[in-house]
Design a protein around this ligand. Structure first.
Ligand SMILES: [Fe+2]
Ligand SMILES: [Fe+2]
Length: 399
């Protein structure tokens, strides 16, 4: 078992502390999650974002912890023999949001890389100043200003004066906009990073815009709305506001490297918080129509689709049905992306995933279609543009 971590780095720590501007080597990030492969020994600093204490049938405790840096997250197992040796675990003073130094061995299990942790040490609060926080901050891959201006363009498209006013109350408030843009859409899993809420909201709104446009001339909608654009306005407004309660459900720590659920989030959840935020503003808008209020609030309350997923109501209007499906689709695609980004190399199937209630196929499509076409062209035997003229001319791929 490797336990020389501290001793090995003690000199560099002391030397660089005198210099002041040089980060002590001990706290320098040396290995990133995305580069961890089975068989590697890992000796580096990570952010602990989740801990679970489990009990074996034999009665012994072991820990499963989730470690994160800007490149991703990984689970680590601290088996009972290590737990017994390390006082830090006995005393249970490792917490979510702590930086930790670890020594571990990486292995692959059921399609995912995991760590067997042999040593773990909490970084003291007074030493956190030596850590380069940028190595741990995860942000959306998309430009914040661009996403925000795209979202504001959807607000401009809303014609209903009450809904437009309501949206402007929020999106002309600089303080709200700042919080909204910095917020994550989750603690873990889909869109769990700075800008994640904005990215997820924009993506859901784009999907809703397309779906509403596609169906807005259906007879039932024409009959159901005096002004047909009210239908689309409700869908867009619901999409833009559906998760806004997350700005109070999650709280960022360590400059946004870590998101935790607030007490308010645990007690109320973002659906109830968002409902309260929207209702408060609606009540301040003169003569906001009661029917419009109920239908908009229904979108927010029902957007998780099922009571067991936190929605007090199931979607009972077409606009709520659309927002629920678009939200679900975007979250699932974000979840798929998370699994694909964190999968081990050369693994065909994921483990059973609770969120999907299945394993998912991870194997890359490695056949080079374009190469096949080019080769066929060069041989002069296959007419790509007129393949149906002669059965023999079909690309061999489709035979
Ligand atoms: Fe939600
Ligand atoms: Fe959502």
């Amino acid at each position: 078992m490797e336990k020389r971590f501290l001793e090995k780095n003690d000199n560099s720590n002391a030397a660089s502390s005198e210099v002041g501007t040089i980060l002590p080597e001990k706290f320098t990030k040396k290995q990133f999650v995305k580069n961890i492969k089975a068989g590697l020994n890992i000796s580096s600093i990570f952010l602990l974002i989740k801990k679970q204490i489990k009990r074996k049938k034999s009665g012994e405790n072991y820990w499963i912890i989730t470690l994160q840096d800007k490149s991703g997250s990984i689970d680590g197992f601290i088996w009972s023999d290590v737990c017994n040796e390390l006082s830090i675990l006995r005393e249970n003073n490792l917490n979510e949001g702590d930086f930790v130094l670890i020594n571990a061995e990486a292995s692959e299990y059921n399609g995912l890389i995991q760590l067997k942790i042999n040593y773990i040490e909490k970084v003291r609060k007074e030493d956190e100043k030596y850590i380069s926080i940028r190595d741990f901050i995860r942000t959306s891959a998309f430009d914040t200003n661009l996403m925000l201006s795209q979202l504001k363009n959807y607000i401009k498209k809303v014609e209903n004066k009450y809904l437009k006013r309501l949206l402007e109350v929020f999106f002309k408030d600089d303080e709200f906009v700042k919080e909204f843009c910095l917020s994550s859409a989750a603690v873990q899993y889909h869109h769990a990073y700075i800008g994640g809420l904005l990215e997820h909201t924009l993506s859901t709104t784009k999907l809703c815009d397309f779906i509403a446009e596609n169906y807005k001339y259906m007879n039932s909608i024409k009959k159901g709305f005096t002004n047909i654009n009210d239908f689309k306005d409700l869908v867009l407004t619901g999409a833009i506001l559906h998760d806004m309660g997350k700005i109070h459900e999650y709280k960022s720590e360590k400059n946004g490297a870590f998101f935790k659920i607030t007490d308010e989030g645990k007690l109320l959840g973002h659906i109830t918080i968002g409902y309260g935020m929207v209702l408060t503003e609606i009540n301040l808008i003169k003569r906001f129509p009661a029917q419009l209020k109920d239908r908009l609030l229904h979108i927010i309350l029902s957007h998780h689709g099922h009571k067991e997923y936190g929605s007090p109501k199931r979607p009972k209007t077409l606009e709520a049905f659309i927002v629920y499906h678009a939200d679900h689709l975007d979250a699932d695609i974000g979840g798929f992306n998370f699994i694909l980004e964190n999968k081990a190399e050369n693994i065909d199937w994921s483990e059973y995933l609770k969120n999907f209630d299945r394993s998912i196929f991870l194997k890359e499509l490695s056949f080079d279609f374009s190469e096949d076409y080019r080769e066929a062209d060069a041989e002069g035997k296959i007419k790509i543009n007129n393949a149906s003229d002669d059965e023999n001319n079909f690309p061999k791929l489709f035979k």
